[in-house]
Ligand binder design. Structure first.
Ligand code: MN
Length: 286
């Protein structure tokens, strides 16, 4: 199932080039009071929601995909977790390019651990990435994102994939420089997730997915998730050694070689096999 959020919090079921507006299924979500429980209510109730979506999709009104504005399929993650230098060829390019490493040693994911991105940096593909007005290099990083479906702490690797609700395409945008990653990668709009949530049952082997990003039609990054240094199960298990994971938590799994700068006016076309394709515009923040 491919579930999207669109046009100011409507719920959609993606069917080819169309979206069935299945927002009526949202009435199943519990009414919460302060303090809201951690995590995303839709993802926490995904089983029930999926059943209702299946029941009402046939008679739901439809729109063409190119006529809606896609938002992040997860509205309220408790956290956005990301993996640094998780593809060997990206480690190598980062070591070789002073524009990426800024004179610092590039070590390994074992050395750095994971990092967090601000929740307020999250957008969907229908919104543009807005670059801050800085005289600095700002790069695209395409990454497979996974969305946690089930709470867990110290999750063993052997059961880690059972905690995945689904997958999405993501962009981990970054200002290159010497500051902490969480600062440089947390500007508003710097975490793009979309075009929808592709549920885990649609992706038989998430550790073997081709993906690529084109900028203005030119291929910049092209790889396969089989080249991840920490594969998906290890990333989930590793993250959960530090933080309890909640439904809706997003893990950006890392980017391969080919990162490069973007500028206002650029269009980033991001595709991951089985998961989806999204076009994201770049503008200047005002
Ligand atoms: Mn990244």
């Amino acid at each position: 199932m491919r579930l999207c959020r669109f046009d100011e919090n409507r719920l959609g079921l993606v069917l080819g080039n169309e979206v069935a507006d299945v927002s009526a299924a949202l009435e199943l979500l519990p009414q919460v009071r302060w303090p809201a429980p951690p995590g995303d209510l839709l993802i926490a109730n995904l089983g029930k929601i999926r059943s209702r979506v299946g029941a009402i999709a046939g008679t739901a009104p439809r729109k063409r995909l190119d006529q809606i504005k896609l938002e992040s399929p997860v509205a309220n993650p408790s956290k956005i977790i990301a993996a640094p230098v998780n593809y060997m060829k990206h480690v190598e390019e980062a070591r070789a390019d002073a524009g990426i490493n800024f004179g610092t040693d590039i070590k390994t994911i074992d050395h750095y651990g994971l990092f967090l991105k601000s929740n307020t940096s999250l957008i969907g593909p229908g919104e543009a990435v807005r670059l801050p007005a800085l005289e600095r290099r700002m790069d695209h990083e395409i990454e497979l994102a996974l969305v946690i479906g089930r709470e867990g702490y110290r999750i063993p690797e052997a059961r880690a994939l059972d905690h995945v609700a689904g997958y999405a395409v993501s962009l981990d945008m970054v200002v290159r420089g010497t500051e902490d990653r969480s600062w440089r990668k947390s500007y508003d709009t710097f975490s793009v997730v979309g075009p929808w949530l592709t549920t885990a049952d649609e992706v038989k082997d998430p550790n073997n997915l081709d993906f690529r990003i084109k900028v203005n039609g030119e291929t910049k990054q092209e790889s396969n998730t089989k080249y991840l240094i920490f594969g998906l199960a290890k990333l989930i298990s590793y993250a959960s050694q530090a933080y309890r994971l909640y439904p809706g938590d997003i893990i950006m799994t890392g980017t391969p070689e080919g990162v490069g700068p973007v500028a206002p006016g650029d269009i980033m076309d991001c595709w991951i096999d089985r998961v989806g394709e999204m076009k994201v515009a770049v503008t200047l923040a005002r």
